[in-house]
Ligand binder design. Structure first.
Ligand SMILES: Cc1cc2nc3c(=O)[nH]c(=O)nc-3n(C[C@H](O)[C@H](O)[C@H](O)COP(=O)(O)OP(=O)(O)OC[C@H]3O[C@@H](n4cnc5c(N)ncnc54)[C@H](O)[C@@H]3O)c2cc1C
Length: 298
C-alpha cells in the first residue's frame, strides 16, 4: 500500500499527481471465498478490514451493489459519540469512540475526525432531568459527560437562540467533550484501502440478488447470473430508516386516509452549519440554531 504523507504529497505534486496508486484494486470476483460480505458501507468494510487484520482471514470479498460508502454511510449526520446510558451500549459505543480516536493514524487515511464536543440542549425541566440521568449513567461507566448551565451553553454555542421569545428556550445542556464529527464516506474509503492492502477483494457494481441454501445453510450468493461460493456469509447491507419511513409516507399519502406530517430532525452540524457551530448539536437544538442563523442572514 502506498503510504500517504507530507513527502508523498510533495513528490506527487512535482509529478503532477500522475503517480498515485489506486486506493484499492477492482479485481474480478473469484469463484469461491472464505467469507463474502454483502454491502460496502462502513460496517461491511470495517468487518473486512478487521477480519484481515485481527484474524488473518484475507480470502474475503465485499460485494457492493453501487459504490463504496454510497448507502447510509454517505448520508448520515456524522456524529461520533458514546452518550448512552445502558451499560452494554455505553461500553460498546465507548470502545467504538476509542477506535475513532486512533483511526486516521491506524489507517494512514484522514477520516477527518474532529473531537469538537457535542451538546444536547434541554428545553424544559423533564428534559433536564433526563439529560442529567443520561450524563450520570455515562459517568458511572467512566465516560466523559458534563452538564452545562444556560450561561455555559451560551458561551459554547452563541449561535443558538437565547432570546426571551425563543420557541425552544434553552434551560441547560448535556455536553460530551470527546464526541465529534467525522467525514462519513472517508471512513468507508479508509477501511476499503486498509482491507484491500491485506488482500480483500472489493467488488463494486455487484448486486447480490439471491442466496444458495443447502440443508439450511447459505453456501453461495448469486449476482447478475453469477454465483460465488463461500464458507461464511455476512450481511452488512441495510435498509435505511429514512427509506422505510419515506415508503410509508408515500403509501399512506396515496390512500389519502391519513394526514402524515414530516418533522425536520436534521442536525445542525451537517453541511454549511458545521463551520459556524463549534460543538456538534443534534436534533433537539437544531430548530433553535437554524432560526437564529436565519435571523443572522437577514
Ligand atoms: C439520515 C441519517 C443520519 C444518521 N446519523 C448518524 C450519526 O450522526 N451518527 C451515527 O453514528 N450514525 C448515524 N446514522 C446511522 C449510520 O449512518 C448507519 O448506522 C451506518 O452508516 C450503517 O452503515 P452500514 O455499512 O451498515 O450501512 P450502509 O452504509 O447503508 O451500507 C450498506 C451497503 O449495502 C449495499 N447493498 C444493499 N443491498 C445490497 C445488495 N443486495 N447487494 C450488494 N450490496 C447491497 C448498499 O448499496 C450500501 O452501500 C445515520 C443514518 C441516517 C440515514
Amino acid at each position: 500500500m502506498q503510504r500517504y504523507s507530507f513527502f508523498s504529497l510533495v513528490r506527487n505534486a512535482i509529478g503532477h499527481h500522475e503517480g498515485w496508486q489506486e486506493a484499492w484494486r477492482s479485481p474480478p470476483p473469484k469463484p469461491s471465498y472464505s467469507v463474502v460480505i454483502v454491502g460496502g458501507g462502513g460496517h461491511g468494510l470495517a468487518t473486512a478490514y478487521y477480519l484481515a487484520k485481527e484474524h488473518g482471514i484475507t480470502n474475503v470479498a465485499v460485494l457492493e451493489k453501487g459504490w463504496l460508502g454510497g448507502g447510509n454511510t454517505a448520508r448520515n449526520t456524522t456524529h461520533v459519540r458514546s452518550d448512552y446510558i445502558l451499560d452494554d451500549n455505553a461500553h460498546f459505543y465507548e470502545a467504538s469512540l476509542k477506535l475513532w480516536e486512533g483511526l486516521s493514524t491506524e489507517l494512514n487515511y484522514n477520516v477527518m475526525f474532529s473531537q469538537r464536543g457535542m451538546i444536547r440542549t434541554a428545553n424544559f425541566d423533564a428534559q433536564t432531568q433526563a439529560l442529567l440521568r443520561r450524563g450520570n449513567g455515562m459517568r458511572v461507566n467512566g465516560i466523559d459527560a458534563v452538564f452545562l448551565s444556560r450561561e455555559e451553553v451560551r458561551r459554547l454555542a452563541p449561535a443558538l437562540d437565547f432570546s426571551a421569545t425563543a420557541r425552544f428556550p434553552i434551560t441547560g445542556a448535556f455536553f460530551q467533550p470527546r464526541a465529534g464529527n467525522a467525514r462519513h464516506d472517508a471512513i468507508a474509503w479508509g477501511f476499503a484501502r486498509g482491507a484491500d492492502s491485506r488482500g480483500v477483494d472489493i467488488i463494486q457494481n455487484c448486486e447480490v440478488t439471491g442466496f444458495r441454501i443447502k440443508l439450511g445453510a447459505v453456501t453461495g450468493v448469486g449476482s447478475a447470473g453469477n454465483e460465488c461460493r463461500f464458507q461464511r456469509a455476512c450481511g452488512a447491507a441495510r435498509i435505511s430508516g429514512s427509506g422505510r419511513i419515506g415508503g410509508l409516507y408515500r403509501a399512506l399519502s396515496a390512500r389519502r386516509r391519513f394526514s402524515v406530517r414530516g418533522r425536520p430532525t436534521q442536525a445542525s452540524t451537517a453541511g454549511s452549519a458545521r463551520g459556524r457551530i463549534r460543538p456538534a448539536i443534534p436534533e433537539e437544538a437544531a430548530p433553535a440554531a437554524r432560526r437564529s442563523m436565519r435571523r443572522d442572514r437577514q
